[in-house]
Design a protein around this ligand. Structure first.
Ligand SMILES: C[S@@+](CC[C@H](N)C(=O)[O-])C[C@H]1O[C@@H](n2cnc3c(N)ncnc32)[C@H](O)[C@@H]1O
Length: 225
């Protein structure tokens, strides 16, 4: 990890600790984007290109999201939303941080993606059942554990019948310590989508060849009715 990215992660952890201590689990994201002052390198999760596990998944079958109504949760700087749009999806991407949403609009001029400010915990009623595809990358793992089940319920509720959720997160065993932000998820946590009535279509355990190697889940669930 380069020095700028390391510093960005440490700043994010400090902001998150302070916000969570005052009972605000999501307020620190806006602070972080404001303090990043337009520098992508100051946003620890921004990669400029889209998550490699999403890019790979799309490349396996480029037509899989074409023409689908897609919702991107916690879109950050929009790289993943843009990947879906390039693959032919009609994308609505939202984030709780207004500065991130403004940044996306400037970063991707002429995009077909609709970027909106929105809170996963208070989604507009018209988004219920309105999407064929929901993409969640790294938002659940940036929320304290007690908020994740409600976040997953909101994501599931956005699916139309036959719609699918693709979730990508850092992974850990339930017996591993929770670690520091970003808190890797356990298999059991992601399996909550199944308890919400979604059918599990894939659950991959992928360890990258990087140094150090990182372990991820890439899981897909479907609303069958
Ligand atoms: C760790 S970042 C990941 C961003 C992006 N998905 C990525 O992988 O680059 C988590 C994102 O979720 C957003 N977020 C956190 N809580 C949210 C909520 N309740 N509703 C919508 N967005 C939220 C944050 O502002 C942040 O942009």
């Amino acid at each position: 990890m380069d020095a700028q990215r390391y510093d960005a992660r440490e700043r994010a952890r400090a902001l998150a600790r302070a916000a969570i201590a005052r009972g605000d689990a999501t307020g620190w994201f806006e602070e972080l984007y404001q303090q990043a002052a337009g520098q992508v390198g100051n946003v620890p999760w921004a990669d400029g290109e889209g998550h490699p596990l999403l890019v790979e998944w799309l490349a396996l079958d480029p037509a899989r999201v074409a023409g689908r109504r897609a919702l991107v949760v916690g879109c950050g700087l929009g790289e993943d939303a843009e990947q879906l749009a390039r693959a032919g999806a009609q994308v609505l991407a939202f984030d709780v941080a207004p500065t991130a949403v403004d940044w996306c609009r400037k970063l991707w001029p002429g995009t077909s993606v609709r970027y909106e400010v929105g809170d996963l915990f208070a989604l507009p009623p018209q988004w219920r059942g309105a999407f064929d595809f929901v993409l969640e990358i790294y938002t659940l793992q940036a929320l304290p554990a007690q908020f994740r089940a409600a976040g997953m319920a909101a994501m599931a509720a956005a699916l139309a019948p036959g719609g699918q959720i693709l979730a990508i997160s850092r992974a850990r065993e339930a017996t591993d310590p929770p670690g520091e932000l970003p808190w890797p998820l356990t298999r059991e946590e992601l399996a909550q989508f199944g308890r919400l009535g979604l059918a599990q279509r894939a659950f991959e355990d992928i360890t990258s060849a990087g140094d150090p190697p990182t372990r991820h889940w890439r899981a897909r669930f479907e609303r069958v009715k």
